[in-house]
Design a protein around this ligand. Structure first.
Ligand SMILES: Nc1ncnc2c1ncn2[C@@H]1O[C@H](COP(=O)(O)OP(=O)(O)O)[C@@H](O)[C@H]1O
Ligand SMILES: [Mg+2]
Length: 202
């Protein structure tokens, strides 16, 4: 079973989050900023010194949707494009920072759109770092580095390269840096077959 960083109690219609390691002030700041920008979030129902109570978002996590998609070999790219849209809005609202913890448990699919939660690990940074972190989260989600995952990330990158054409991004480098962050977090020594992601055409 997955262990969360903080103490989480999931009730039928609310979620209680007691901050044991996380930074409640950052989480609150992001919630405030998102609501000022009219970006849909969970609702904060109650707040205490180290506790926030949220409305429970009713939908699958990205994790669950992704696992089902891979099991059925369905195309996950449309969901990733939706997620990309959400993250672009998020970055417009939370200037200068990046999400930080874009792991797939932190996004919930409600009424055909993604809603992010868990903002306590925001750091100064760029959207490209969040995107490349997400690529690594996908690639190393168990079972890691399947053909399905390589293909998905490769196709996502190809579409990103098209939309980000004003100032070309060195995605190979971004991805290597994200891999470095993943290895540091997990104290691991994973490698990626960059040719499978960057090389040739699909
Ligand atoms: N508002 C919410 N609605 C539905 N599920 C939630 C909500 N908040 C948290 N969860 C569930 O609880 C998990 C842990 O919450 P999260 O805020 O990510 O804590 P942590 O910082 O410990 O990872 C999430 O991955 C999600 O599955
Ligand atoms: Mg989380």
């Amino acid at each position: 079973m997955r262990r969360y960083r903080n103490e989480i109690i999931i009730k039928p219609s609310s979620v209680i989050k007691k901050f044991t390691v996380g930074e409640i002030a950052l989480e609150k700041m992001v919630y405030k900023q998102l609501s000022l920008s009219n970006i849909k979030t969970a609702e904060i129902i109650e707040e205490g010194e180290d506790v926030l109570v949220f409305s429970r978002l009713d939908g699958p996590t990205m994790n669950a949707l992704f696992e089902t998609s891979e099991a059925h070999q369905d195309d996950f790219l449309p969901y990733l494009h939706e997620w990309e849209k959400y993250l672009r809005m998020w970055h417009e609202a939370i200037k200068d920072y990046r999400y930080g913890d874009v792991n797939m448990n932190n996004f919930i699919y409600v009424n055909h759109q993604w809603i992010g939660i868990d903002f306590e690990q925001i750091v100064i940074g760029t959207i490209e770092e969040d995107f490349s972190d997400m690529m690594c989260f996908i690639l190393f989600h168990s079972p890691k580095l399947t053909e399905y995952k390589y293909q998905l990330v490769r196709r996502w990158l190809q579409s990103l390269t098209k939309t980000d054409s004003q100032i070309p991004v060195n995605w190979e480098r971004k991805l290597q840096e994200a891999l470095g962050r993943l290895n540091q977090r997990r104290n691991s020594n994973e490698v990626l077959d960059m040719h499978k992601i960057m090389g040739g055409s699909v």
